[in-house]
Ligand binder design. Structure first.
Ligand SMILES: [Zn+2]
Length: 357
């Protein structure tokens, strides 16, 4: 149930006129940036391009200029309606393509706007065991499964723990049925990238509460699997590169995971876990956050991008439920990976915010 920039819905009038602006707050490598200003350009979020949710419509313009006037004056020569744009939440790159000319934003010089050039550092790989903790089936497949595939190929062990079975994630399917279908799809998606242990904590999809029960369940998982690296999905308020709000499930599970790493190491927190034979584990060295607006590190997934796409395709019922929007076609993962890779050696890559513990 990832809710991304492509699903941003501006009021219809905004979409028609392109006059309304939504503030943009970008942060890279911890450096605050001014809202609206992206290098020498200004992002104007005009809203949705059409009812089929093909993507958001945007234009670049100089600060203070009318929306639609491009950085360098070029983008503004195109009718805004011509652009099919979407937000890369893995690579922090804005990308769009002309419906008529096929030109991409990069070809139009959008990349010259002065942003998106910072380099990612390499993720540490001197570890053996990782535990991924996410809210929903598909969260890992929209973010880090290419990296997981690489790591399992290298002989590392990765376990998936999901707070829910994603039962509220398909509008046209009742939760009782969706829970079964999505559990099966998640297990297959994990198998594709070399993960054979998938756990479900059975919190309620869509209404996951941050609190001690969630922290306890995640702390127990950390003690069971004793990871050196914990993976999770973006817990921050927005997705990379835009004002698009993250959802409560992701925020709550992410924050609880960060807290549970500490809980898992403290013998006197959740003492009943000792009765279950779960001794404290203080060996988590890092938490890596995928789809974070504050990404710092990356992993080359050139050799595993196909597995990443296959793992997303395993969520067949979920993708069908999305309709024909861009997020339902796993091939977009390759484009995002290329955008991230441009900041990390030139291949395909996925990025993480790395938090040392
Ligand atoms: Zn999700």
């Amino acid at each position: 149930m990832l809710q991304l920039g492509v699903q941003f819905e501006g009021p219809a009038e905004q979409a028609r006129t392109g006059r309304s602006r939504a503030p943009l707050q970008r942060r890279g490598r911890g450096r605050p940036r001014d809202p609206f200003v992206l290098g020498q350009a200004e992002i104007v979020v005009a809203g949705q391009i059409d009812p089929a949710r093909r993507g958001t419509r945007r234009a670049l313009s100089r600060p203070g200029a009318e929306p639609g006037v491009a950085a360098g004056g070029r983008l503004g020569l195109e009718p805004v309606e011509d652009l099919v744009g979407w937000q890369s939440w893995t690579g922090c790159v804005h990308s769009w393509q002309s419906r008529t000319t096929g030109m991409t934003g990069e070809e139009r010089g959008v990349a010259e706007a002065g942003e998106l050039t910072g380099r990612f550092e390499a993720m540490p790989e001197d570890w053996q065991r990782a535990l991924a903790v996410v809210a929903h089936p598909d969260d890992l497949e929209y973010g880090g499964s290419g990296a997981v595939a690489r790591w399992t190929r290298e002989g590392k062990q990765v376990v998936y723990t999901l707070a829910t079975r994603g039962e509220a994630g398909i509008d046209g399917m009742a939760p009782e049925e969706a829970a079964v279908v999505r559990e099966r799809e998640q297990i297959e998606a994990a198998r594709v990238v070399g993960v054979d242990t998938v756990e479900f904590l059975d919190h309620a999809d869509g209404v996951i509460e941050y609190g001690l029960p969630l922290r306890r369940d995640i702390a127990a998982a950390i003690r069971r699997h004793r990871p050196e690296l914990v993976l999770m999905t973006n817990h921050r308020e927005t997705w990379p590169g835009g004002p698009w709000l993250n959802m409560a499930d992701h925020r709550n599970v992410g924050l609880a995971t960060l807290d549970a790493v500490r809980d898992a190491a403290n013998r006197w927190v959740f003492r009943d876990l000792l009765d279950e034979g779960l001794e404290p584990w203080g060996g988590v060295r890092w938490v890596a956050v995928s789809a974070s607006p504050q990404a710092t590190h990356a992993v080359d997934i050139t050799d595993t991008i196909d597995l990443a796409m296959d793992s997303l395709r395993a969520h067949r019922a979920y993708l069908e439920g999305l309709g024909d929007g861009p997020m339902s076609d796993p091939s977009f993962l390759r484009e995002f990976a290329a955008q991230t890779g441009a900041r990390f050696g030139g291949g395909l890559a996925c990025d993480f915010e790395l938090i040392p513990m």
